[in-house]
Structure formats: structure tokens, C-alpha cells
Design a protein around this ligand. Sequence first.
Ligand code: ADP
Length: 659
Amino acid sequence: MNVARPMTTPLKLAALFVLLTGAVLGAIGWLGWQLLAQERVLEERRLHDRLDMAANAVAGDLDRDLAAWEAQLSAFAGGKPPTLPAGVAAVAFDAHGVVRRAGVSLPFYPRVPPVSESASDRFAEGERLEFERQDLASAERLYRRMAETPDPGVQAAALIRVARTLRRRGRIRDAIAVYDRLAAIGATVWVAGAPAELIARHERVVLRRQLGETEEADREADQLAAVLSSGRLIIDRDTYEFYGASAPRRAPPDAAYTLATALDTLWPTIERQRNGRTAIAVAGSSLTALWHTSPAGSAALIGPVSSVIPALKSASGQEFRLDLEAEDGRMVWGVRDEGPSVFKTARETGLPWALRLTGIESGAAHDLIRSRRLLQTIGFVLMALVVMTAGMAIFRALMRELAVARVQSEFVATVSHEFRTPLTAMRHLAEMLDAGEAPHDRLPQYYSALVKETCRLQSLVERLLDFGRLEAGRPPYRFEPVDPVELVRQVLGELGHSPSARRLRLEANTNSDETTLVFGDRQAISLAIRNLVDNALKYSPDSAAVRVVVDTGDKEASIAVIDLGPGIQAGERRTIVRRFVRGSAAADLRVKGTGIGLAIVDRVVHAHGGRLRVESEPGRGSTFRITLPVMKRRRGVEARRAASAVDTSEPDPAGRVRL
Ligand code: ADP
């Protein structure tokens, strides 16, 4: 009989499986990747939105601070001095120049209104003597008299003229003394277009140099420089530079000088625009200037960014860092950090600088994102594992079904062959007998062969029917108390007529004189024992004995069928119990069979709550052991009477029964 090829080859199926699983895994991986990428984009957008909101809030704060200064500048223009932080200078001014100042005193101002001096016509008489008559002595006397007047303006104008006449007369030292007096009048009184003190100190330096008193001249020059940078004088830049030229050893430019220079630079803009806010850098200092014009007048303020807006120092939060940039890209405040940021131009915010907020990835936020990504990744990996496991399970089930289909088809082929052999023999014998061709003396032989083949066919059919019934779960087992020793004896007794029966040995080992009973279906258990004994006879040499040993214990009764056959390979011990599976012994010894005998045994034993165990030493024999749970014990005599129909033997002293 031809054996049908089972469906498509397993290799193709495996390839298909790998392809499908790969496609599913690929799709899951791609989806996971897309999800992670989307998550990243969303996270960036969220961060950007947060930064944008923070930037607007910061810009609002800075604008409020500047507006507060503008309000103070209005008040200052009206006469109320502002409360300025250290390092900030403010000036109130009108069309002629600076009229009031506050905060840091600057060494010079962009524009200074002219200070009224004593009318020069008061000295007309003296100057006529001095210049027309060249009567320097008389002129000096006249000037000195006028220097005694209480008006400091007149005093200063007189003293400067006294010094002049003395210088013209070559009395330099006397002139220096007069300049001493002039210097003492101070800086508030102006004479000859500059503060009296400034002129006096300057002239003293000049005269000392003229006298060759270098040391004295330098000392005087240092004092002049100190006065110039003290901020006591309200002078313009030209005056400052002119008189400063006499004091070459001036101290390096300080913060006040920087502020003055910046204010001077901005002045044209300040004069042009009524209001303004701007950033300016001078000598490496980033300064901010504000100016404001109100009905009360105009005022300006200038100072380092961090002094004008002290809140800047605390503006950077835990989530972001702030930096300010001037229009030309110069950093005004903060340092530029790497990372996601938002940028607001000066035009957008109305501030003097552009503003940038850079997000700081805080440890906690970073950890949160990381753990979320980790969870997602684990989720995808788990999903992939589930898909792979499910795929493997489906694949294995498929392969198992294929194997079953293959085994079944082999079974059909084997069974057909099993049927055909006795049928062919029977047909041949029947035809011979029918034709009357058989020699008379051989007739008994032919009849016996016919009987043998018929029995073989019947046993085959019965086995198949048994298997079919068991497979279908019919008929239901009829459980009753059964004495296993008696049952085994009965089965062996039924085999008694067969030629191989003389090879059988029964041993029963009981540990008490009470009969052990199991609760089971007599027919089914008999069938199981018969199958095991059949196999033992089939697979062991004709000369070898087969022992059937019954052991009864307190909890279990075991029936072991022991033969001295080829044994069973370790790898086969589990598989031969499956239906339609035949082992190597069957092939090696060319023993006919169907592969369902042990499957029947296994099912029956399991249905009784027992176990079938296979022990074997390949080459030295096998032991198939059925273990059944014990039901209860009955008193020996009564039990033996109930159990033993074929038992004609007596137990030996050790409780062993031999048949
Ligand atoms: P069958 O005997 O018809 O092949 P079974 O289910 O009874 O089917 O046995 C399955 C296989 O187990 C046999 O083909 C044989 O290889 C192995 N087997 C069973 N009993 C024995 C035994 N006593 N000794 C060696 N091999 C055995």
C-alpha cells in the first residue's frame, strides 16, 4: 500500500513560519521605533512650549523692572532723587545739559550748562592798568583789593588776575601761592570757563614745571588727577580731557569713567529720542541705559546690567538658564549653554536685549524620560517574545499534527499489510482445499494453518476494535473490586493453550496474608496485561522465559512483565507509548505489529489512576510495570475464595505464589 506524503515539507513550513514571524516582529519593531520617535518629538515640543512660556514670563518681569526705573526717572526729572543701587548713575537734564545727578558721580558729563561768572567789567580799571599802561604793580594791587570781597565769584576772578600779573612780572612762586588761595575757593565757583579749583591746580602744575620742580609738579599733577576722577567736578568731556592732559599719571579708567564714556557716547541718541532703552558695551562692561522724558523734564540712568536689574541674578531657574544678547550678538548677561532653547528678539519683547532661555534637563525629568523609554522598550520586547512564543507554539502544534498524520498514514499501510498476509494465506489454502488439490496426508496441516491464520486475523481485528473503543471513550469502564493476582493468573491461564505459554512464569509477592484489591475494569486491565505479555513473547527469543511479577503493597499493586529480549533504547522509552509508534526492536527483529498495543495499556492504566513504567537495559531485556492504586484489603481466606477461580497453588512461606 502506498503511504501518502504528508502535506508540504516541514522545511517549507519552517521557512514560511520564519518569514511570517519575522514580518510580524519587524512590524512591531517598526511601530515601536515610530512610537519612540514620536515620543521624542512630543517631549521636545513640550519642552519648547514650557521654555516659551518661561521666556514670556521672564521678559515680562524684566520689562516691569525697567518700567519701574522709568517711573523713578520721571520723579527724578521733577526733583525727587531716585534710590539707585551701587554702580548706577542717573542724571536729570534740560536743553543746556545736566542739571542734577544721583548715584555714581561721574568724572565728566556729556553736556554741562554754562555757569555764570562775575562780570569782567568789574575789572576794567585793573585791566586798563595792566594792559594799556603796563603798570603791573598797580594792577596787582587793585586786583588784590578786589580779592578781599566776600563774593567768591569776584574773589576767584580777582585772584586769577593777581596770579596773572605776578606771572608777567616773573614772580612765579608768588603766583603759585595765589593759585593756592584760588584752589581753596573750590569747584563750585567757575572762572574762565572752568571750576576755580581745577584752573588753580592746573596752573600750579604748569608753574612748578616751569621752575623745574619736577617732583613737586608730579605730586601736584597726581592731586589734579585725583580731583578729576573724584567726580566732585561737573565738567564736560573736553574740559576733563584738557586738564587731564596735565596729569599724565592718571589712575586707569574706573567704573565711573566707563559710565561717563558710555553716557557721552549715547548722548546724541538720548537728545534725539525722548524715551529709550539700550544696551551698550564700553571697555568690556555690558551696560544698560534708560532715559525718559516726562512733563517734569528728562532724566537718564546708566549702569551695569546686573545692577540695573538685580533680579537677573535669580532669573535662571532650575529648569532653564537665561542669557541676554545685544543686537550685535554680544553676550550681555549669562553664558550660552548647549541644549534646547527659545530665543526672543529685542523687537518681540521691547527690552534692550534679545533673550534666550536654555532648558536644563533636570536629573529627575531625565530619569522619568529614561524610565518611560525603558518601559516602552521592555513592552516591545515582551510583545515580540509573546509573538515568537505563540509562533513557536503554533509551529510545533503544526509539526505535531503533521507527524500524527504521517504516523497515521504509516499505520494504515502497516495494518493493511497485516491484514493482507493472513488473508492471502487463507485464500490460498481455501482455494487449494476447494479445488481438491491438497494431498490427503497433508490435510491436517492445512487445516491447522487455516486456523492459525484465522486466529491471527481475529486477534488483529479485536486489537483494532479495542483501540477504536478506547479512542472513542466507549464503552465506559465498569469498575469493581479486582484481585490483581487472580486477574494475572486468569490472563496467563487463557494463554495456556498457546505454544509459547510454557515460557511464562508468574510470581506474586504479597507482604501479608490479606488479599489486595484494586478498583478497576476487569476486561480493560486484562487487555493491558495481555498486550504486555504478548509484546514480551514477541520481542524476546523463543527460548527465553517471561516473568510476570505481581507485587502488592499497602498503597499500590504493581504488575511487572519482565523479558530477556533486546531491551529498549533510552530515547524510545517515552515515544513507544504513543499510538502508532513502533520502536527499533520491531524493525530489527522484523516483528509485525500496529504500534497501538502500548498506547492501549497506557490509556487503560491512566484511566485507573495508575502508571505505566518502562525499565530496560538494552540488550538484556525490558520490564514493563503497571502500578495501580490499592483499594482495600480483605481477610486472606475469604479473599482468596472470592478472587481465585484458576488459582490452584498454595502460597509459600514467604507469601509467594508460583503457577
Ligand atoms: P507493536 O508491538 O505492534 O509494534 P506496541 O505499541 O505494542 O506496538 O509496541 C510499540 C513498540 O515498543 C514496539 O514496536 C517495540 O519496538 C517496542 N516494544 C514493545 N514491547 C517490547 C519488548 N518487550 N521488548 C522490546 N521492545 C518492545
